[in-house]
Design a binder for this molecule. Sequence first.
Ligand SMILES: [Zn+2]
Length: 117
Amino acid sequence: MPQYDVTFIADVSVTERITAASKVQAREFAQKLINDTNVGEKKLDLDWEIEDIDRVEEHVIKPGDHVCDNCGKGWPEDKLEPIRDLHQRVAPGEIMPSGECPECHCLCHPQTAEATS
Ligand SMILES: [Zn+2]
């Protein structure tokens, strides 16, 4: 499902990433966040308004990218995050992962020739 960056504005502004089927639905979800006073990290009870809704570009896997085992997104090497608890996450004999997915923090591996996506 596509994701939308929704910018809320009050005395301060925050942007929340919302997963929705359409911009209209993203607005509905955003309005629900306002109604639930659930906008922003500090969950400030402010009179929020929705300022902007921007669709997030789909992440395309490019040659040489490292692909996330979980969400299937591809990342260039410099976007990968260091692997935490490496020895607990990789068994002996397994292919060494190249890093952590910056979005879901699952392990990413170099894209292989047999990868179909
Ligand atoms: Zn991921």
